[in-house]
Design a protein around this ligand. Sequence first.
Ligand SMILES: [Zn+2]
Length: 104
Amino acid sequence: MSGIHCHRCGSRLPEGTLKYQVAVRVRSLFDGVIPESQEENGEPELIRLIREVSAYSEEDLNRQVYEDDVFVLCPECKEAFLDDIYSHLHPKATPESGRAHLIH
Ligand SMILES: [Zn+2]
């Protein structure tokens, strides 16, 4: 493990030092509602969607549904990473989640 470096600051993380693995898991959230189809510029919604989707690569389309990344961070960068995420949570965001809900 001597070749491990922090993904954020680049610091070398020798064997035996405290380091963290941060997994980012992003999933498309389907709420069960499909908006009513509307014609735009006289073009049926389905035709427009097919044209739009065919412009993306398979990788781009997959990233719109799910995305997973794993990072190794030093302790300082782990704190900075989490502080950055939690500092951007909107107070009206629901369902409630966040740091307080993750501490067991
Ligand atoms: Zn770091």
